[in-house]
Design a protein around this ligand. Structure first.
Ligand SMILES: C[S@@+](CC[C@H](N)C(=O)[O-])C[C@H]1O[C@@H](n2cnc3c(N)ncnc32)[C@H](O)[C@@H]1O
Length: 279
């Protein structure tokens, strides 16, 4: 996937590239190796930005920034970006840090915020939402068919303090064994709601297009169908409005060796849009 991302942004290497979800900086590094002249490496997670500042301390081409990609226009002011990359979702470092509360396998608080300095942690939704709202949240953001049974068990088990406790409560709503952990979709739902991810994505895509120069490219990697649908429909609408062209008729997917190395990459889908003119 990294090769596909670099290929998608290759025509942009001479201008400003924004890695809007820079995380550990893996894609930023790949873009530098391909010859990028300047990368603005944004992340909403202050820990990730600290890490980026250390990783790229001797690299004058990289500027780390704590911000949301949805505030890109403010971050770059009057300048226009040649390329923007959004690699959505949670990073492996976040997932593997128990204190962040993203993983149902590791005991931790019910936090799940990308920016742990702002907003309310997931525990507030888990422990305060009325049962019907919980069921709607789990159904809508988790695309979970057993949402009502899960919501009922959550309400009966409150207060729920930790990730593994929530995972056990959710699992009780699933008789029998399954291929995926039964809490996968419910955790996705609480994470999306905690960070308002779909609304941020809608606003972020709109703002990003305005921040592109003529021939500027926007590459987005989505990890679940809710995100991918928003990206696909937005790109299609922009193309219909004559604002640019979708370069990926079908989304690009990781190949088999990549998914063997990193099973979490299985559901990744890359779509690329090129703007005809700047705004
Ligand atoms: C899948 S990881 C990116 C990994 C990265 N491409 C790398 O190579 O290490 C997604 C990152 O997006 C960040 N993120 C989530 N929402 C964001 C937002 N609204 N603005 C900026 N960063 C965000 C998360 O904190 C996380 O670090």
């Amino acid at each position: 996937m990294q090769d596909a991302i670099v290929d998608a942004l290759r025509p942009c290497l001479g201008g400003l590239i924004v890695d809007g979800t820079a995380g550990h900086g893996g894609h930023t590094q790949a873009l530098l190796e391909a010859g990028a002249e300047r990368v603005l490496a944004i992340d909403l997670d202050p820990d990730a930005v600290r890490w980026l500042s250390i990783r790229f301390q001797d690299e004058s081409r990289v500027q780390p920034l704590h911000a949301s990609y949805s505030d890109l226009s403010q971050a770059i002011g009057a300048e226009r970006a040649a390329g923007v990359l959004l690699d959505l979702g949670v990073s492996s470092r976040q997932l593997e840090t128990p204190a962040r509360g993203f993983s149902f396998r590791l005991e931790g608080p019910l936090d799940m915020r990308f920016d742990s300095t702002a907003g309310a942690p997931a525990g507030q939704l888990v422990n305060r939402l009325p049962e019907a709202d919980l069921a709607a949240l789990i159904r809508e953001y988790g695309e979970e068919r057993r949402s009502r049974a899960i919501a009922r068990r959550i309400v009966a088990s409150r207060p729920i303090e930790t990730t593994t406790e929530l995972a056990r409560v959710v699992a009780r709503a699933f008789p029998g064994r399954r291929r995926r952990h039964p809490a996968t979709r419910t955790f996705q739902a609480f994470r999306i709601a905690t960070n308002d991810e779909l609304q941020v994505l809608r606003e972020g895509l709109a703002g990003t297009r305005l921040a592109l120069r003529a021939d500027g490219r926007l590459a987005v990697i989505a990890f679940h169908s809710l995100e991918d649908r928003i990206v696909k429909q937005t790109f299609r609408r922009w193309a219909q409005e004559g604002l640019g062209e979708v370069l990926t008729r079908r989304p690009l997917r990781p190949n088999r060796s990549e998914t063997q190395r990193n099973p979490r990459a299985r559901s990744a889908r890359l779509r690329v849009f090129v703007a005809f003119r700047s705004n």
